[in-house]
Design a protein. Structure first.
Lengths: 324, 154
């Protein structure tokens, strides 16, 4: 039986975007104009993905209340991994929605380059069908080049970030963009090296360790860094073998606004989410795939533009998918 | 890795920061003791990670607590990003000038123009035009001016 995707929105631009997605995913599209109608359909049908217009925040709240009454918020019918919020603007304008218990992914409404953006997002939705198709290879076309580096000592982090920067400069990516991406890689590696490792009870092993201390990494602590470029898209993924990312912490860090409050420095080594905010502000898509106690893959996707203006305004989305 | 060039100027000391500010940076060691005002030239800062942000803030907050005067010059994009993201990143230091990034689709070049914050404020934060050396240069400011100069808004 063909898969189903539901779009809960009455906006024609959302329907146009979804038509690109289903061309990649090969699914039937059901369009519901409001939360109530959408939930009625979900009660009768299993859907591969649920796209919800959250432009009117009331719609999200209505959806949460109705879903709670109908299925319970933690029902199998409503897996956050399958739910995609569509909003106007970026994450900054939709911070409240990210903290919803139903949050899985957020994408900005796309009215330009619908075909290109829809197909990119379609590849992401398709990747969610199979736990083994995550990571950078899935987003780089076959003609692209992908390289992998395995980090075996924490003091290799800065060299790895610098290697990424040089790789991008060689690929004629503007210096300012290359520097920003290298910084994002630095942050992801830091998380994988110091925050991810934990013992069998989930207790962090190195979160209090100085980030400048060189530490040899024993087998499960090895960190993989992959980078790919196909002339159009840069993809980078950092993976560890712990799967220890805390969903609520991640989402609260991503939605944090440091502009309106003074940043208070903690005495410990771990930051207050500034690293994740840095990654998120680097200008591209951020996808977290976390299988508890198995692995975390953090993937960054950027389109290559000749200037920062266009780079900054590129279509980008954020996803946090948790399994187990 | 961060390199620091330090020299005395009238009224104090100027340090030029070149490279990445990350976990291995120790400002106390790199800058050392100084008399008068500390001028920090940031044009050469390529990036700053989250540990670098904490290091920066610890150092400059300590200077502020000691009653030292420090001023930032030619702040580059990575530092401006932090100024825009973190309300207290300047730690009480004054910013004298900023790097303004331009890119040209004709010359396929990126370049930096400098402007004093006083001039920018006097012109309602309007970014001045800049051209590279080519006669048909089509350079444009390579960012959203309002967002880029957000930290200078009153």
């Amino acid at each position: 039986m063909k898969k189903k995707i539901i779009l809960i929105s009455d906006l024609p631009e959302d329907a146009a975007f979804l038509s690109e997605i289903i061309s990649i995913v090969d699914a039937d599209l059901e369009v519901a104009p409001d939360a109530k109608t959408g939930l009625e359909f979900l009660a009768e049908n299993e859907c591969e993905a649920i796209f919800l217009d959250i432009t009117r925040i009331k719609q999200l709240r209505e959806f949460e209340v109705e879903a709670q009454q109908r299925f319970g918020l933690f029902s199998d019918r409503l897996q956050p991994n399958q739910i995609h919020f569509i909003g106007n603007g970026g994450i900054g304008e939709n911070r409240d929605a990210i903290l919803s218990p139903l949050f899985g992914s957020f994408l900005p409404r796309s009215s330009e380059s619908v075909e290109m953006n829809g197909q990119l997002y379609g590849r992401f939705v398709k990747a969610g069908e199979n736990m083994n198709t995550n990571g950078v290879e899935h987003y780089i076309s076959a003609k692209g080049d992908t390289q992998e580096v395995v980090i075996t000592n924490s003091n290799q982090k800065q060299d790895a970030a610098e290697a990424v920067r040089q790789f991008l400069l060689m690929a004629k990516i503007p210096a300012r963009i290359s520097n920003g991406i290298a910084n994002a890689v630095d942050e992801l590696l830091m998380n994988a090296l110091f925050d991810a490792p934990c013992d069998q009870f989930g207790k962090p092993l190195y979160s209090a360790t100085s980030r400048s201390l060189a530490r040899e990494l024993k087998a499960p602590e090895h960190v993989s860094l992959k980078i790919g470029f196909d002339g159009f898209c840069v993809g980078i993924s950092v993976s560890d073998s712990f799967g220890s990312v805390d969903r609520n912490r991640l989402l609260s860090h991503v939605s944090m606004n440091y502009r309106d409050h003074d940043y208070k420095i903690k005495f410990g080594q771990a930051g207050a989410g500034l690293g994740i905010a840095t990654v998120f502000n680097s200008g591209g898509t951020l996808i977290y795939h976390c299988e508890t106690h198995v692995k975390t893959i953090a993937t960054l996707l950027y389109r290559a533009y000749p200037n920062y203006r266009d780079f900054k305004s590129q279509f980008k989305f954020f996803s946090a998918r948790f399994y187990g | 890795m961060l390199n620091v060039n330090k020299h005395e100027i009238e009224g104090g000391v100027q340090v030029e920061l070149i490279g990445a500010i990350e976990e291995n940076v120790n400002f106390e060691e790199l800058i050392g003791a100084f008399q008068g005002t500390l001028f920090i030239k940031c044009r050469g800062v390529t990036r700053i990670n989250s540990v670098g942000v904490k290091t920066w803030m610890r150092y400059f907050q300590a200077l502020k607590a000691q009653g030292k005067v420090f001023k930032f010059l030619e702040i580059s994009h990575p530092i401006i990003e932090q100024f825009n993201m973190i309300s207290n990143f300047a730690c009480g230091g004054e910013t004298l000038s900023v790097c303004l990034p331009f890119s040209c689709g004709v010359c396929q070049k990126e370049f930096i123009a400098l402007s004093s914050t006083a001039d920018l404020k006097a012109n309602a934060l309007k970014v001045p035009d800049a051209k590279c050396e080519k006669p048909n240069c089509g350079a444009q400011f390579d960012d959203d001016p309002e967002e880029y100069l957000y930290f200078l808004q009153e």
